[in-house]
Ligand binder design. Structure first.
Ligand SMILES: *Cc1c(COP(=O)(O)O)cnc(C)c1O
Length: 370
């Protein structure tokens, strides 16, 4: 049996006709950049997330960059964030000449520790940048309150978290700005790169819109130095076909997560494999189902030989990345992130997985753990 980490073909098959019709519609219009498709997507996503403004951009990375630019983050500023995330979280801060101040994760949720986040604030701190890792919300209440006390902003990295809820509220509209990604492996994936910035602040939304197109308004009059962070009409058209299916796809991922738990309870009664913790008051969308495995690297190789795809998110925390050596972090500074980087393994969790495939994954995994 072969079980890939992600099989996008299974999701595409039932919507193929609709997607091709949407692509044809854009082809016939010959209007490729922004325009009505992007505007419609922005309205539809904003409504789904219950947020006032959504601005389509070229990627999740550019969503982070535009959000931080809208807050005027630059040289001399600090942004507090987790050391354990996808590179873009810290990379976007550094690209603006600001300094990422890293904090460790909560070992239970893998999300940044709110106490350490607030303790890391200085008079130079311009924003806090929590990441909703794997599709589960970071503990936002203390972060948002702490930011409010200090008069600073919160940028939510919700790239892995479209539809995630925190205490009943959709993420992305809880902080000052939210950043989403439509990279194909995210729960709502485009046919290429895409992203979105959300906010309830009309002035910030307008600023992100300007920054998205070189700060230009009207044509060839530039108010600020932005970039080309525009979303393509083709991507928006494809995403609009997928959007109405997202809730059901997420439910299928959650059902698979529940089935993994039942299978591990049956096949690993001693609990040698550490299962992800689901915070009861939230809604986890399981962009990834990440377990802790003793002897992770050896087990991963054995699973690959069994035809089972897995991934390590992430093998090296930011403070250990060669390009961030200048931050001068002590290699042992963040023990929980180090431990997660050494132990974690993402298993296939996409909605179309079958019960038989999941049983095979758990049987093989448990067999390799000694
Ligand atoms: C995917 C991702 C990004 C970047 O999104 P792209 O669309 O790939 O640029 C940023 N942060 C996190 C946590 C991500 O998972």
């Amino acid at each position: 049996m072969k079980v890939p980490l992600l099989d996008l073909k299974a999701q595409f098959a039932p919507i193929r006709g609709e997607v091709l019709a949407a692509i044809e519609r854009v082809a016939d219009s010959q209007l490729f950049i922004l325009g009505t498709e992007v505007e419609a997507l922005e309205r539809e996503v904003a409504e789904m997330l219950g947020v006032a403004h959504a601005v389509g951009v070229s990627s999740g990375t550019d969503a982070l960059l535009a959000a931080l630019m809208a807050l005027d983050v630059g040289p001399g500023d600090e942004v507090v964030t987790t050391t354990y995330s996808f590179f873009a979280t810290a990379g976007s801060i550094v690209r603006l000449g600001a300094r990422p101040v890293l904090v460790d994760i909560d070992p239970v949720t893998f999300n940044l520790d709110p106490e350490q986040t607030l303790a890391a604030c200085t008079p130079r701190t311009k924003a806090l940048l929590p990441v909703h890792l794997y599709g589960q919300a970071a503990d936002l209440d203390p972060i948002v309150l702490g930011a409010r006390d200090r008069g600073i902003a919160v940028v939510e990295d919700a790239a892995q978290a479209i539809g995630t809820r925190y205490k009943g509220r959709e993420v992305g509209g809880i902080g000052t700005l939210g950043c989403f990604s439509f990279f194909p492996s995210k729960n709502l994936g485009a046919f290429g790169d895409g992203g979105l910035v959300t906010t309830n602040d009309a002035a910030l939304a307008e600023k992100v819109r300007l920054l998205r197109g070189h700060g230009m308004k009207p044509k060839y009059y530039h108010h600020m130095v932005g970039g080309n962070f525009r979303l393509d009409a083709l991507q928006a058209a494809v995403l609009r076909v997928k959007l109405p299916h997202l809730a059901a796809w997420t439910e299928a991922r959650r059902a698979n997560a529940a089935r993994y738990r039942a299978l591990f309870a049956e096949l690993d009664p001693e609990g040698r494999v550490g299962l992800p913790h689901e915070v009861a008051s939230g809604y986890h969308i399981y962009n990834q189902f990440v377990v802790r495995v003793p002897g992770r690297d050896r087990v991963r190789e054995a699973l690959a030989a069994d035809g089972i795809g897995t991934e390590i998110y992430y093998p090296l925390p930011f403070h250990r990345q060669p390009c961030f050596a200048s931050l001068g972090a002590d290699p042992g500074a963040f023990p929980e992130a180090e431990r997660a980087a050494a132990e974690t393994l993402a298993l296939p969790i996409y909605g179309e997985l079958t019960a038989g495939e999941q049983r095979y994954v758990v049987e093989r995994l448990v067999a390799h753990v000694v």
